[in-house]
Design a protein around this ligand. Structure first.
Ligand code: DLL
Length: 432
């Protein structure tokens, strides 16, 4: 039977959720209007006053917030409380452009811990669980987010952080960890190393909580097989809170968004128009209980759909489907839109012959885009390398609509990731 961390919230009836959301939205809009200059100016420009928010549909009257706003108003100009009330700062990895930061009050940390605690319980965790947190600790929200959520449940937490893979595995075996939290690419690496060490039968793991990057269903199956666990997807972003914005129950059919804290919308990324229920588009999130750095209509750039149909687990909060990628992850190669997840899907379909360790290299030669995919052969591969390469190239062309050159490499020749994997090397930027 499914267990809940906060059944009175997780299983609320839809009218009660909406009533709560409207009340919180009105509260939040009023306080950002009064306390955050950017929101006051933007709302004045749009001719919207806090009292104009009379229904949830009125949310669409409010202006969007973007990552660029967080950069422009860095570090503290979006705070809605005096700095003194901020008890924690986290920051995004900042791989592109200027670093952004997020400030939390004590109440915000508690909300965030509840989000991840709901995830742990949905993954079968309780106060007997032993939770190994192998997400990086520090400014990245993975480590501390999982940590405080697991503590909230009363589990025993092992804060290994990422890296030192053999020691991770010794801890998994010696301490009998029941839950592993890390990125899916690190889980793959841990699985690969468990196999090499021949210790799968010493593991006590029951489930894993993996997120922070896109991963496919095929990758889920491989991780579940390698570690003998059920693998749950968890989603989050620094700007909103961290892991636990949405979490997957045992049905593994999408992630329940914490709708008591967040209102989701799906928009057309090009026009900004709100799309009808069930449409595929960009996820936009509004934080309705956050005190420190509340964001209204934050454009996540993650592409997905929302599923309002009832979930068999009994939770009523809407589910988001696994993000298919980000608007800014999408590569345009020779005029065609390419998502790394499409390539991963093809490679994982051929998992007997090749491993899911791959890298996409794009460049520009004589004004034409080059498109190469480096992928490792599986250690057991004994077939004809040329035939395998041709087969993959044909499958990729039919998936993507353009031709890629596949290079099959020896096992273990692509660097493994202990955090978010770097799958794309786009050298075209060097020529701009
Ligand atoms: O990645 C927070 C997190 C930590 C989530 C641990 C889950 C587990 P950021 O570094 O700010 O925060 O990156 C946020 O990562 O906008 C998505 O593009 C991507 N992302 C996060 N979770 C998933 C997921 C953390 N489950 C960005 N599936 C987001 C696909 C994900 N993409």
């Amino acid at each position: 039977m499914e267990r809940y961390f906060q059944p009175e919230i997780e299983c609320m009836e839809r009218p009660a959720i909406e009533e709560h959301q409207l009340k919180q939205l009105q509260w939040q809009v009023k306080r950002v209007y009064e306390n955050v200059a950017m929101y006051r100016e933007r709302m004045d420009d749009a001719g919207v006053k806090p009292e104009d928010i009379k229904s949830l549909d009125d949310l669409s009257k409010l202006p969007f917030t973007t990552k660029q706003d967080l950069r422009d108003y860095y570090p503290f100009q979006l705070l809605a409380v005096p700095k003194k009330q901020i008890v924690r700062i986290q920051a995004s990895s900042g791989t592109t452009g200027k670093q952004i930061v997020s400030g939390y009050t004590r109440h915000d940390l508690d909300d965030w811990a509840n989000g991840f605690a709901r995830q742990l319980v949905a993954a079968g965790g309780d106060d007997h669980s032993i939770v190994q947190v192998s997400y990086g600790y520090g400014l990245f929200t993975g480590g501390l987010g999982a940590h405080q959520g697991a503590e909230k449940v009363g589990a025993m937490v092992i804060p290994t952080s990422s890296g030192n893979t053999e020691r991770q595995i010794r801890f998994l075996c010696d301490l009998g960890s029941t839950h592993l939290c890390c990125t899916p690419s690190y889980a793959m690496y841990i699985g690969e190393t468990v196999k090499e060490m021949g210790v799968k039968n010493q593991l006590k793991l029951k489930a894993g909580i993996f997120g922070a990057e896109p991963w496919t269903e095929e990758m889920r199956h491989q991780i579940e097989e390698a570690l003998g666990i059920k693998a749950h997807d968890v989603y989050g972003l620094t700007e909103i809170m961290g892991p636990g914005v949405s979490y997957e129950c045992s049905m593994q059919q999408g992630m329940h968004i914490c709708e008591d804290m967040i209102i989701p919308e799906i928009i057309d990324p090009d026009t900004g128009e709100v799309l009808p229920k069930g449409s595929f588009g960009e996820l936009v999130l509004s934080t309705i209980t956050k005190e420190g750095q509340p964001l209204l209509r934050y454009r996540t750039r993650d592409l997905c759909t929302l599923d309002y149909s009832p979930c068999e687990c009994g939770r009523t909060h809407v589910r988001m489907r696994k993000p298919a990628g980000r608007t800014d992850d999408m590569l345009i190669i020779r005029g065609v839109n390419v998502f790394p997840s499409q390539i991963e899907e093809v490679l994982l379909r051929n998992s007997i012959e090749v491993s899911p360790n791959y890298q996409i290299v794009v460049d520009r030669v004589n004004n034409t885009d080059t498109f190469d995919i480096n992928v490792e052969l599986s250690p057991k591969f004994t077939g004809d390398v040329d035939a395998e390469k041709r087969k993959l190239e044909t499958q990729l062309q039919s998936m993507l609509g353009i031709k890629a050159k596949v290079h099959l490499l020896r096992p273990k020749s692509i660097e493994r990731s202990e955090g978010k994997a770097k799958r794309v090397i786009d050298n075209r930027k060097l020529h701009d």
